[in-house]
Design a binder for this molecule. Structure first.
Ligand code: PLP
Length: 408
């Protein structure tokens, strides 16, 4: 019998590159938490990667004014000139290097900036070095650009950091990009000046582009922060800085990220953007301009001080749990404890977990605590906890974890 048209040409086919993408595990944890909360359960979630503070008032007022002033039309692709100039000025100050507005493009979140950078720079066969533990979207974005993610594993013993010798082991003639993320999501680790100098020595001898994801650059606890281009200004021509407002200004929902780098890369990214989403919302751009031109340093300092107090508390408390080892992060708002000593052991509520994925499910099912398993970040045995919540909630959540991790 001949095949029907429905069989030879199925309508419900999705592209192979989409089928290959894994949905975001951090989002998956959050949706399960939301479902449980909707069902009336008192869940404490360490899953969300966003500050718990409200957006600073002057930023909100700027957005309200933009609406009232009818600043509601299309802007230029990549963002309005005044915002690009404000971002260029900020990056001139950050790096001590010369940046023009034509080297800046704004996007709907740093997530889109990264996506467009990979799309603009990669093709099939290119390899992108991604140090693990990594932020979940890098790997999938590289795959969507039809390039190959090459995971460079690290452990707690080296502070979850890569170095020149390790990178050299994973470098091939096809290596195109290194993704550098300091402070890191998920580990909170911050590279020192000496560590970045070492990585720069590797970068200089290889024809590679550095994507420096600096989303958490304002959330550092032991300043001064060693900024990539301050350490390696000679690599200006091959560095793309990715940053945004989500974390520093508590603006995750506004969606404003940006890329700053060599004009040829920014132009290529703009080409794609001009056919996809054009620019972030005009209202968000007005808010971002306020964030970058008003003096909000005191607001940021307040948030960072709160994060630091919570970090100190949670690291100490986690290390007091038998079988848990937690490094002291120097930035962002995550801790990345190692639970591997508890795997394979019978736990209080009648389960033995062989992976941290199972452990995360056990905690959610038994004591209603959400954490994100390390497998999602390329680091089995560990898990990520975001401490962007009140100290009271952190204390309650850690107490529940401690209870559930008691050996049976
Ligand atoms: C390391 C890192 N880079 C980029 C992003 C993207 O942030 P956004 O799209 O909100 O700007 C995030 C968000 O969680 C992140 O953790």
């Amino acid at each position: 019998m001949e095949a029907t048209l429905a069989e030879t040409k199925p309508l419900d086919r999705i592209s192979a590159r989409t089928a290959a993408v894994q949905p975001s595990a951090t989002m998956a944890v959050e949706s399960k938490v939301k479902r449980m909360r909707a069902a009336g359960e008192a869940v404490i979630s360490f899953g969300a990667g966003e500050p718990d503070f409200p957006t600073p008032e002057p930023i909100k007022q700027a957005a309200i004014k933009a609406i009232q002033d009818n600043f509601t039309r299309y802007t230029e692709t990549g963002g309005m000139a005044a915002l690009k100039e404000a971002i260029a000025a900020r990056e001139r100050q950050n790096t001590g290097l010369d940046y023009k507005a034509s080297q800046v493009a704004t996007h709907t979140g740093g997530k889109e900036s990264l996506y467009l950078a990979f799309q603009a720079l990669c093709e099939a066969g290119d390899e992108v070095l991604i140090p693990a533990p990594y932020w979940v979207s890098y790997v999938e974005q590289v795959r969507l650009a039809e390039a190959t993610p090459v995971i460079v594993p690290t452990t707690a013993d080296t502070g979850f950091k890569v170095n020149a010798a390790l990178l050299a082991r994973y470098t091939t003639p096809r290596t195109r990009i290194l993704v550098l993320n300091s402070p890191s999501n998920p580990t909170g680790m911050v590279y020192s000046q000496a560590e970045l100098e070492d990585i720069a020595s590797w970068a200089r001898t290889n024809q590679v582009i550095i994507l420096s994801d600096e989303l958490y650059d304002r959330i550092v606890f032991n300043p001064p922060y060693a900024r990539w281009l301050r350490v390696a200004p000679d690599l200006y021509e091959r560095t793309v800085i990715i940053n945004g407002l989500s974390k520093a200004y508590a603006m995750t929902g506004w969606r404003l990220g940006y890329a700053v780098g060599p004009e040829w890369i920014i132009k290529a990214m703009l080409k794609i953007q001009s056919h996809s989403n054009s620019h972030p919302s005009s209202i968000t751009q007005a808010a971002a301009l306020a964030a970058y031109t008003l003096d909000l340093e005191a607001e940021i300092a307040k948030m960072v001080a709160a994060f630091k107090e919570r970090r100190d508390w949670i690291v100490r408390a986690l290390n007091e749990i038998a079988g848990v080892r937690c490094l002291m992060p120097e930035g962002a708002f995550y801790v990345f404890p190692d639970f591997s000593a508890l795997l394979g052991k019978p736990l209080k509520y009648g389960r033995t977990c062989s992976t941290t994925e199972e452990l995360a499910m056990y905690l959610l099912d038994t004591v209603k605590v959400g954490i994100v398993h390390g497998e999602a970040f390329g680091a089995p045995g560990c898990a990520r906890l975001s401490y962007a919540m009140s100290l009271e909630q952190i204390k309650e959540g850690v107490a529940r974890i401690q209870d559930a991790l008691t050996l049976a």
